[in-house]
Design a protein around this ligand. Structure first.
Ligand code: MN
Ligand code: MN
Length: 454
């Protein structure tokens, strides 16, 4: 069903399902504040659904349910189909990293009686949005002996939170004259972490007190920051949004909402004709590079591994499997915000409540950097949607000259597979409080399921 309002079509039973699914997603999002935490959740959900680590299999046959992780930051779940993986597959690929503030390697310093952590922002943020909001600290600290200390501070209501101060309005005359991009400096996004001096009033008394606290409570020393990965993210759980609770407000919908719906679709759809795969990658917000990004050899390696377990241990089989695959690049789209609608061209934009969004292409200016999906694949996907009464819409990122963006679609497209961008419309994208419609979230899940069996 093209561009029709879901709420108007939904009967009472469907509305109930929409809200139920929203509850499950909220709890997933509330815990999954980092890619590592999402992978932890995914393992638990997969195990509960009867999936087993790929390494435990000696051979693969239809109906087998497998999962694989990579360096704690990637996750893949698959249900083996009736046909060989070489003949094709149905892939849903989403990213599980979101914009945030990374803690620098030498973070801790003291100034004017306060202890601070230096940060370096990750991904595209409007810097001013990160001041004066409660932030939580998550991540890992690796000691030289290989011990991993997990850190999570600020989510429990009894935990303290961290934050970034901003100048009081009364003295902001000069700051208020600056353009938005310059009003808050990246180097000023430092987290306040303490104010009690230790043992007198030395130059580093507050810093020393914070370090002692970290040592006593978490068991690491200042130098261990060198091998840490700590991030500051908006604190607190995802919440219902709107008086009618029709939406969800939360940090990290981009792209955990597509990760959740994609992964859940593979868990629930069961065995299909083709092998169904949900793959969750890292680093999309900074270019999909590195060992855990979509450009990593990891995904291809897993495909090679799976083919070998089917008895097809050849380079050629891998190439066939990759180019016969069909994929939805599961990523969010910027929905029209009626308060800022001048950046959209209304005929080719997406709206809340109208279902999953297909972006034939993303990119910037003259479609620069885009994966331009093939029309025959769009026809294939439309047919899958309409055969299952799925609400869907199509969109561009915005007006031709308004800006642009990208997803992981082109990376898998480079393997010669059919790829189309498909995901949930989002408002206030990349802000500490992104918004999605519960109806779109549920419909996207249904859409992914329909694609998997197409
Ligand atoms: Mn995204
Ligand atoms: Mn993004």
């Amino acid at each position: 069903m093209y561009a029709k309002n879901i709420w108007l079509d939904a009967d009472a039973a469907k509305k109930e399902k929409i809200h139920e699914f929203g509850e499950a997603y909220k709890s997933f999002l509330s815990y999954g504040k980092t890619e590592r935490l999402v992978v932890e959740e995914a393992i638990e959900m997969a195990e509960k659904a009867g999936f087993k680590p790929l390494s435990e299999f000696k051979e693969l046959k239809k109906g087998d349910k497998v999962y694989v992780t990579n360096k704690g930051k990637n996750f893949l779940a698959a249900v083996i189909g009736e046909k060989s993986l070489e003949e094709g597959s149905r892939i849903l690929g989403a990213h599980i990293d979101s914009p945030r503030l990374d803690i620098k390697q030498n973070p801790l310093y003291e100034k004017g009686g306060f202890a601070y952590f230096e940060t370096h922002y990750y991904g595209g943020i409007k810097k001013y949005q990160y001041t004066t909001i409660p932030l939580a600290l998550h991540g890992v600290v690796y000691k030289k002996d290989g011990t991993c200390i997990k850190i999570s501070i600020g989510e429990d209501p009894n935990d303290p939170v961290l934050g970034i101060t901003d100048l009081l309005i009364h003295l902001s005359a000069a700051q208020m004259e600056k353009p938005l991009a310059k009003a808050i400096e990246g180097e000023n996004l430092d987290l306040t972490v303490g104010n009690i001096p230790q043992d007198g009033e030395g130059k580093h008394a507050v810093k020393h007190a914070v370090m002692k606290l970290l040592q006593d409570k978490y068991g690491f020393e200042e130098e261990d920051f060198l091998s840490s990965e700590l991030v500051a993210v908006p604190a607190g759980p995802a919440r219902d949004y709107g008086l009618d609770a029709s939406m969800i407000a939360g940090y990290g919908h981009d792209d955990r909402v597509c990760a959740f719906t994609s992964f859940q679709a593979v868990l629930d759809q069961g065995q299909c004709e083709y092998t169904t795969i949900a793959v969750l990658v890292d680093k999309e917000e900074v270019g999909s590079i590195g060992a855990t990004g979509a450009q990593s050899a990891w995904f291809e390696n897993v495909i090679a591994e799976m083919l070998a377990l089917e008895g097809k241990d050849s380079n050629l089989a891998v190439r066939h499997a990759m180019s016969n695959a069909k994929m939805l690049s599961s990523d969010v789209s910027g929905a029209v915000d009626p308060l800022y609608s001048s950046v959209n061209e209304p005929h080719n934009s997406c709206y809340f409540g109208k279902g999953i969004v297909f972006n034939k292409y993303t990119g910037a200016r003259g479609k620069s950097g885009c994966n331009d999906a093939m029309p025959e694949f769009l026809a294939f996907v439309r047919n899958a949607m309409d055969s299952n009464n799925i609400h869907y819409q199509t969109s561009e990122i915005g007006k031709v000259d308004a800006g642009g963006g990208g997803t992981i679609a082109y990376i898998l497209g480079n393997y010669n597979m059919y790829v189309l961008d498909a995901g949930v419309p989002v408002l206030s994208m990349h802000s500490p409080m992104e918004i999605v419609s519960k109806a779109d979230v549920y419909e996207t899940y249904l859409a992914y399921k329909a694609f998997l069996k197409a």
